[in-house]
Design a protein around this ligand. Structure first.
Ligand code: NAG
Ligand code: NAG
Ligand code: NAG
Ligand code: NAG
Ligand code: NAG
Ligand code: NAG
Length: 938
């Protein structure tokens, strides 16, 4: 009972947040002058928000209008987000009510038209978001007053023209987003409203020409009338159909144009060329032409850009197949060059000619990939990169090169970062020639993952003296590491070798790389870890060592000796259980000793069922221990005593039944996160009480406490959340227990007394009376028998007088000494009846009650006679009363009517009139015994 009560309370509490949540349905969340009213199905502007809010988010509701009057209260707003509603009309007064408004977001609504007045009062607006509305046409000059506007987003509408005004305006505009519209031509007169603007970004992506008869005629007309006579006419039908796109001087109409995006516009090579010519006298710096079907480039494609200072060019996703010689000769200022996801077959010596300033080149998945035969593998001519004197970062991932030629990277004299992950179809063996072409590159990082490399020959990296990070993971290297593989890596900081086929260590495996700080050897089927001297001994600077997933079973206690800087040690998923058994021949192996700077230790899944008491001794800086997924049950006391810095402890999925203070006290002291989930906790006071008290008082993060920390034993608590275990009955709280016991005892005694008085009260008061009389010295009067005139006074109901007469007078006749007092016969004439009764009772030695239903109802008997009889009996003796039952009368009725109980009298004084005649003699005998008995209490 006492256990289940808190549980109900708990489940009630769990419902609470839901209640709170529901009580606040349709309530905006207000924090720090920001009101978030999104996703509330609102149709009315809330009128009860703090008046000083500066941000109001009304997104994802059902507004059709934003009535200005409803915003009067919120005049401090600087950001109004009304996106994702059904707003179809905007009133000029809105901005009037919101003079400080800087950002107005109305994306995903149903706006279609603006008048010159619509934004008239939005003087302070810097951003206007009108993406995804139904705007087909901008008439007159709705944006004229937006002198501070920096960003205007009109993408995903139905605009067919870039014309947003008829006069100069938007002088501070930096970003104009017009992607995903139906703009089919860029004309000078449709852009000249931007004549005073400096656009950092003009976004025109995804504006597709839909060929229509109208357009075809227009194209014909223009070609014939020769509006663009000054430009070379291309007779390719593909290009004539779109040559209308850039009318002469269109980009010159814009004050300054620094950035242009035309992604996903079907330009093709010819139109790209034309575009570049149009851009020739602009300030263009960033040009994005991703996914424009530019399948080949030549020495004319970017000719138009030769006067510009283009620094960024994106040609990704173009299916680019041929890069003609000198294609980029016109781009000497280019710094960032994106060529990923193309289909280049052959990189010629002069393909990259002229890219003298490129610092970043992305060639990820740039080359043909579909080939099966060697013949169609992509080719990179020797010296192809020689022009890229400033290149620092080269990404060549996910290609299919046949191999590295001796001068492949020659000339990359500033290259620092080279990724060749998954770049080669067959780079099986790395020889001391492989990276010769990088000998003059100051390479710092080299990524060679996923290349099916199977062998590292001696001196393979000897050209890379600057290298800091060498990533050889996820290959198929299977060999003994003699140490010569790393020759020349004088500045190496990290070697990543994880996920290879097998690596056999020797004492010299790392003798030539003492600068190494990080060594990753996860899942490499590591062999000879216990060779001597230990393979890691030369690595005095090692801070991270990953030996996990190697199924290591044998190591000696000197393996990690001397690694005083080691901070992270990963040994999870090995087979180290035997080393810590105290039955291990020679005792437990203390392989962690001396790692005085260890911060993170992972020993998950090692089959440990024992931890020696000294296992973590002197590891004072340990911040995180993971011992999850082992078979630990009982941990030695004090095992964590030196872990004064511990922040994270994982012991999930072990066999821990009890969590006691002497083991876990020090470890849990400053912990910020604990994982002990899925252990078979024993929910008894001894095992768990301390832990439960700790849980309920700690700030440590323990996730899934209510669902993953369950009692296993005792059976009645199986599956019960540990956190709900009631520790109040445990000995730690003895004072409460005592209080409880005292309270309970009092209660029980009280109840007992109440019950006793209720059921046996008569007996108590009766014997009390008797005792009082005894104590006060009433003597037995029995000693003077001669004072009694009658042997017995007979009390009976009037209605029973015949029976009494009939049965008692014969008895008198038989025995002459016997004389009963029968009221009808013996009462003195003339004496008052009550007095007579008292006198008669006094003069009788015994009192006989003839008990029938009549007697119980007889008023005189009930009150008076019985009272006196009992009074006399108490004064005299209890034996003086004889009850004769003529019929069966239950005790409670007897008590109720006469205040008598059978229990008050000795059994020989209680007689039952027999039903059978033959027993009448026996009855008489009994009566005589009763009459003859001495009057004595006991
Ligand atoms: C604006 O306020 C008026 C009156 O306060 C109210 O009736 C109306 O529904 C409100 N409109 C909106 C869209 O909140
Ligand atoms: C904004 O108003 C709320 C109450 O409406 C108040 O608690 C808060 O301090 C106010 N904030 C400022 C910056 O005045
Ligand atoms: C408004 O809320 C939506 C959805 O919660 C969010 O995406 C958007 O960024 C918010 N707007 C602002 C201005 O915070
Ligand atoms: C723009 O905001 C400033 C305060 O930032 C304010 O003083 C000014 O009046 C606002 N301009 C308009 C036209 O309301
Ligand atoms: C482009 O290359 C062709 C030969 O392929 C050459 O005749 C022509 O002069 C080159 N044009 C320029 C501008 O270098
Ligand atoms: C290119 O940069 C140089 C120097 O930074 C500058 O003088 C020149 O005007 C720029 N050219 C263009 C077209 O912006």
């Amino acid at each position: 009972m006492s256990q289940s009560l808190p549980y109900h309370v708990y489940s009630f509490l769990r419902l609470l947040p839901f209640w709170v949540l529901c009580a606040s349905c349709n309530k905006c969340a207000v924090r720090h002058e920001v009101a978030d009213c999104s996703h509330l199905k609102l149709t009315q502007i809330p009128d009860d928000l703090p008046a000083n809010i500066t941000v109001l988010n009304l997104t994802h509701n059902q507004f059709r209008r934003l009535p200005p009057d409803n915003f009067t209260r919120y005049s401090q707003l600087t950001i109004l987000d009304g996106g994702f509603n059904c707003i179809s009309k905007l009133e000029p007064e809105l901005c009037q009510k919101l003079p400080l408004l800087e950002i107005l977001d109305l994306q995903h609504n149903e706006l279609s038209q603006f008048s010159d007045k619509t934004f008239m009062f939005c003087m302070n607006l810097t951003e206007l978001h009108l993406r995804s509305n139904s705007i087909q046409k901008i008439q007159n000059n709705p944006f004229k007053n937006l002198k501070n506007l920096i960003k205007l987003d009109l993408s995903h509408n139905g605009l067919s023209s870039t014309k947003l005004g008829t006069q100069l305006q938007l002088e501070n505009l930096q970003e104009l987003l017009l992607s995903n519209n139906k703009i089919q031509a860029l004309r000078r007169d449709e852009l000249d409203f931007l004549g005073n603007s400096s656009l950092k970004k003009l976004e025109l992506s995804s504006n597709q020409i839909k060929e229509s008869p109208y357009w075809r005629n227009l194209i014909k007309y223009i070609n014939n009338e020769g509006e663009n006579k000054n430009h070379p006419k291309v007779h390719n039908p593909e290009t004539t159909s779109v040559s209308i796109w850039f009318s002469p001087g269109c980009f010159q109409a814009i004050g300054k144009l620094f950035g242009l995006s035309l992604n996903s516009v079907q330009l093709g090579p010819s139109l790209t060329e034309k575009l570049c010519l149009e851009l020739s006298n602009t300030s263009i710096q960033n040009l994005s032409l991703s996914n424009t079907q530019l399948y080949r480039t030549s020495n004319t494609t970017f000719f138009g850009l030769k006067q510009t200072n283009l620094t960024m060019l994106d040609l990704s996703h173009n299916n680019l197949n041929v890069i003609g010689n000198d294609s980029f000769a016109w781009l000497p200022h280019l710094e960032y060059f994106f060529l990923e996801y193309n289909n280049i077959e052959h990189l010629y010596v002069h393909s990259f000619y002229g890219l003298f300033n490129v610092r970043y080149l992305n060639l990820r998945r740039s080359f043909t990939k579909q080939s099966i035969s060697l013949a169609s593998l992509p080719k990179i001519d020797d010296f192809s990169f020689q022009w890229l004197k400033c290149l620092e970062y080269l990404n060549m991932e996910d290609n299919n090169f046949p191999g590295i030629k001796s001068n492949m990277f020659t000339g990359l004299v500033k290259l620092k970062h080279l990724s060749l992950s998954n770049s080669f179809s067959s780079l099986r063996t790395l020889t001391n020639e492989t990276f010769l072409s990088l000998a003059h590159s100051p390479l710092l990082t080299l990524n060679l993952t996923k290349n099916k490399i199977s062998k590292l020959e001696s001196g393979a990296f000897s050209w890379l003296g600057h290298l800091k990070i060498l990533d050889l993971g996820l290959n198929e290297i299977g060999q003994e590491l003699t140490g010569q593989e790393w020759r020349g890596l004088e500045n190496i900081f990290e070697i990543y070798l994880s996920y290879n086929k097998y690596l056999q260590l020797t004492s010299n495996s790392f003798a030539l790389v003492p600068s190494l700080q990080r060594l990753m050897l996860r899942r490499v089927a590591l062999k000879n870890v216990d060779s001597f001297p230990p393979p890691f001994r030369p690595l005095h600077n090692l801070t991270i060592l990953d030996l996990s997933n190697n199924n290591i079973a044998n190591i000696n206690d000197e393996l990690l000796e001397g690694l005083e800087k080691l901070e992270v040690l990963d040994l999870q998923h090995n087979n180290l259980a035997r080393l810590w058994k105290h039955a291990n021949p020679g005792g437990p192996v203390h392989f962690l000793k001396g790692l005085s700077h260890l911060h993170v230790l992972n020993l998950e899944s090692n089959g440990f069922d024992e931890i020696p008491a000294e296992a973590f001794k002197n590891l004072f800086e340990l911040k995180s221990i993971n011992l999850g997924l082992n078979n630990l049950n009982i941990l030695p006391p004090s095992v964590f005593d030196d872990q004064v810095s511990l922040k994270s402890l994982s012991l999930q999925k072990n066999l821990i039944t009890s969590v006691e203070k002497n083991v876990f006290g020090p470890a849990l002291k400053n912990l910020s996160s604990l994982d002990m989930s899925f252990n078979p906790f024993d929910c008894t006071c001894e095992s768990i009480a301390w832990f439960v008290n700790w849980i309920n008082g700690t700030h440590t993060n323990i996730s899934e406490l209510s669902s993953h920390y369950l009692c296993n034993t005792p059976p009645q608590y199986h599956g019960f959340p540990v956190m709900l275990f009631d520790t109040s009955s445990c000995k730690d709280s003895a004072p409460f227990e005592l209080l409880f016991m005292i309270n309970t005892s009092f209660l029980l005694i009280f109840i007992f007394i109440v019950l006793l008085i209720h059921f046996e009260g008569w007996r108590i008061s009766f014997y009390w009376n008797v005792s009082v009389h005894r104590v006060l010295g009433f003597k037995e009067i029995d000693s003077q028998p001669e004072q009694f005139e009658y042997a017995a006074y007979i009390i009976h109901a009037y209605k029973d007088r015949d029976w009494v007469w009939e049965h008692f007078s014969p008895m008198e006749e038989q025995d002459q000494t016997l004389k009963f007092c029968l009221e009808e016969r013996d009462f003195q004439a003339g004496v008052l009846e009550l007095e007579a009764i008292i006198n008669s009772i006094k003069r009788s030695r015994k009192i006989i009650f003839i008990i029938t239903q009549h007697l119980l109802k007889d008023p005189l008997c009930k009150r008076f006679k019985v009272h006196h009889a009992v009074q006399q009996a108490i004064e005299q003796n209890l034996d003086s009363i004889i009850l004769i039952f003529l019929e069966e009368i239950p005790d409670y009725k007897l008590n109720h009517a006469l205040c008598l109980r059978r229990g008050m009298f000795k059994s020989r004084c209680i007689l039952n009139w027999p039903v059978q005649k033959e027993r009448i003699n026996a009855f008489h005998h009994k009566l005589q015994v009763a009459l003859g008995s001495r009057n004595s209490a006991h």
